[in-house]
Ligand binder design. Structure first.
Ligand SMILES: Nc1ncnc2[nH]cnc12
Ligand SMILES: [Zn+2]
Length: 352
């Protein structure tokens, strides 16, 4: 997978520029988690929604999380300003502008329809706004963009089934389904039947597992939900047998380093298990999760990670970018073209 590139010829000083410029895919971004406080306040004003915070600064100051649930409480409150199709478009477009800056060539966006339908927003409003932004990203930014509908795991499987049914008139607008929200106490197996139905519908499947939940949740996601990728999955590090399986089956993990620090999954980036995951041959990818809440977008995650892992160099950067492109649900031809562009970027860097 090294494509004959002599990584040792790339000077360390070139690494930050290379990390920023290399073509990459983002596979784990909750679009509601890209809502910056400024946009939350602008949308609140536009829609006449009252917020329990006096200012942008007061809202930002509340972003001190102790675990996943303390984050989710604020994240769902932030999403309450989204009412109209244009709101969903504006939110996603703001993300795509940042994705273009980060040289993201392909993005698969998670969205949480139940967060919006519970407030009376029709699912079509959500999907049409996001889908229009994806089309604009393709046309105006050259970013390949797709949507993945996530079920909230703190709700019931019956509610997930109802959401799937509601979304089916817009089936052409999303490529897959995911599972997110409060992990502890909500094992993947709770959603087995709805995921079987999604497989019958030809939808790609992913699930959050092993973020706060135990390694057995990762096994359930693979064996019962038959997912193609695991979102987070960092607690796999606790099970040598699972680590072996993930490496042998090349199951991609969409890891989110700054998120893991902010939600206290790991104490700091230096203590993150990523080096062990990579060294064990797992197909890890780097992602931003909820960038507006966790202190950075994809390139911020990469730069912070490489600062905290000084033993990492160009070879690791290449592997992470290549994994992201190959783990995506994009057509094989597009993936091959992106990998070619990635190789060219790194070959060019060997001549510096
Ligand atoms: N990190 C995360 N884990 C689970 N659900 C989420 N929803 C948004 N971000 C999430
Ligand atoms: Zn997530």
């Amino acid at each position: 997978m090294t494509a004959d590139i002599d990584f040792d010829r790339i000077p360390r000083s070139a690494l930050p520029g290379l990390l920023a410029r290399m073509p990459k895919a983002e596979l784990h971004i909750h679009i509601e988690g890209s809502l910056e406080p400024e946009l939350i306040f602008a949308l609140a004003r536009r829609n006449g929604v009252a917020l329990p915070y006096a200012s942008v600064e007061a809202l930002r100051a509340a972003y001190a999380f102790t675990d996943l649930q303390t984050f989710l409480d604020i994240y769902y409150a932030g999403a309450s300003v989204l009412l109209h199709e244009q709101d969903f478009y504006d939110m996603a477009w703001a993300y795509f502008e940042k994705a273009a800056r980060d040289h993201i060539v392909h993005a698969e966006l998670f969205f949480d329809p139940q967060t919006h339908t519970a407030r009376g927003v029709p699912i079509g409003t959500v999907i049409e706004g996001l889908s229009r932004a994806c089309a604009a990203a393709r046309t105006h930014l050259g970013i390949s963009a797709e949507l993945i509908l996530c079920f909230l795991r703190h709700l019931s499987e019956a509610e997930a089934f109802a959401t799937l049914e509601e979304a089916l008139p817009w089936r052409a607008h999303f490529i897959g389904v995911g599972l997110d929200s409060s992990e502890r106490g909500h094992p993947p197996g709770k959603f087995t039947r709805v995921f079987v139905r999604c497989a019958e519908l030809g939808l790609h499947r992913v699930a959050h597992a092993g973020e706060e939940g135990p390694p057995t949740y990762i096994e359930e996601a693979l064996d019962l939900l038959r997912v193609a990728r695991i979102d987070h999955g960092v607690r796999a590090i606790e099970s040598p047998a699972l680590m072996q399986r993930l490496a042998a089956e090349r199951v991609p993990l969409t890891v989110c380093p700054l998120s893991n620090v902010k939600l206290c999954v790991v104490p700091d980036l230096a203590a993150h298990p990523l080096p062990q995951l990579l060294a064990a041959g797992l197909a890890v990818t780097i992602n931003s999760d909820d960038p507006a809440y966790f202190g950075g977008y994809l390139n911020d995650n990469l730069l912070a990670l490489f600062s905290a892992q000084p033993q990492w160099g160009a070879s690791e950067a290449y592997t992470l970018a290549r994994n992201s492109l190959e783990a995506s649900f994009a057509p094989a031809q597009e993936k091959a073209a992106w990998v070619q562009a990635l190789d060219a970027e790194f070959r060019q860097a060997t001549t510096l």
